[in-house]
Design a protein around this ligand. Structure first.
Ligand SMILES: Nc1ncnc2c1ncn2[C@@H]1O[C@H](COP(=O)(O)OP(=O)(O)O)[C@@H](O)[C@H]1O
Ligand SMILES: [Mg+2]
Length: 247
């Protein structure tokens, strides 16, 4: 099976400092992948490159069956190609209900005209209910988003990303600040989502990564240090030295 996203030989230098160093990374169309690594390893910069926020000095980044080069596309075009990103802090509209947040996120033409005259159809409402059920908020559609727990807000935001029907979803530290029960729900959600799309999760919490039960990529100094199952990479002496050894 060929990769959905192919990053090859990518380097980025900030003021003479090589934050990403000859990095190569592939992910399949229906794959869940965890990226771990110490602070400053380049995890966020990697996501910035894939989403077009940061442009590499060298290397290639291609996406989809036609291997479209993402380096030639703007951030918004990359999003339209089917790459979604979830940041750590939820950005839901707190005064709006769960239903309305999801409705606003549905994939629609975005011209000012279409927003002005937008009237939700029954089909849209059904899709919103489906998305809410998918992220575990099916019983909370009428609630104001501001009343949701931290974990529920994160799931709502995941639902809003899913509304855009991304083929690749990048998620930065989803478990941060969650209760154990919320983490478990989040694990199940990520595993389920990766059955129909590619999902990359950056996460520090090893127990969380263990429960994801997926291939792990260890980044260090902007390169891939090791790749494989969590058991495989955590036995690697180089990984123990640079990452696990620090706590
Ligand atoms: N815009 C930037 N300008 C200068 N240095 C940066 C910039 N973005 C990231 N860096 C540096 O690149 C390295 C990798 O950062 P980052 O990708 O945020 O690491 P991680 O997310 O793995 O903690 C760090 O040393 C960081 O200080
Ligand atoms: Mg980071």
């Amino acid at each position: 099976m060929s990769a959905l996203l192919e990053v090859s030989g990518v380097s980025v230098t900030f003021d003479g400092f090589r934050a990403i160093n000859n990095l190569s990374f592939n992910i399949g169309a229906q794959e869940l992948r965890a990226i771990i690594g110490p602070n400053g390893a380049g995890k966020t910069t990697f996501m910035d490159i894939v989403t077009g926020k940061t442009r590499p000095d060298e290397g290639s980044v291609t996406f989809g069956e036609r291997s479209v080069s993402l380096l030639a596309l703007s951030e918004s075009r990359i999003a339209q190609e089917g790459i979604g990103r979830k940041f750590q802090r939820p950005t839901v509209f707190e005064d709006q209900t769960v239903f309305d947040n999801l409705m606003m996120a549905l994939k629609k033409p975005r011209s000012p005209f279409s927003v002005l005259f937008f009237r939700p159809s029954g089909r849209d409402a059904a899709r919103v209910e489906e998305l809410a059920a998918e992220v575990g908020l099916g019983d909370h559609l009428a609630r104001k988003s501001g009343e949701l727990s931290h974990g529920q807000k994160q799931w709502l935001e995941i639902g809003m990303l899913l509304a855009q029907e991304p083929r690749l979803l990048l998620v930065d530290e989803p478990a941060a600040g969650m209760t154990l029960a919320e983490r478990e729900h989040t694990t199940a959600l990520l595993v389920e989502m990766a059955k129909t799309r590619a999902v990359v999760v950056v996460e520090h919490d090893m127990e969380f990564v263990r429960r994801l039960n997926c291939k792990v990529t260890v980044l260090h100094e902007g390169s891939v240090l090791a790749e494989g199952s969590l058991d495989h990479v955590t036995k690697n002496p180089a990984v123990i030295e640079v990452y696990l050894g620090r706590g």
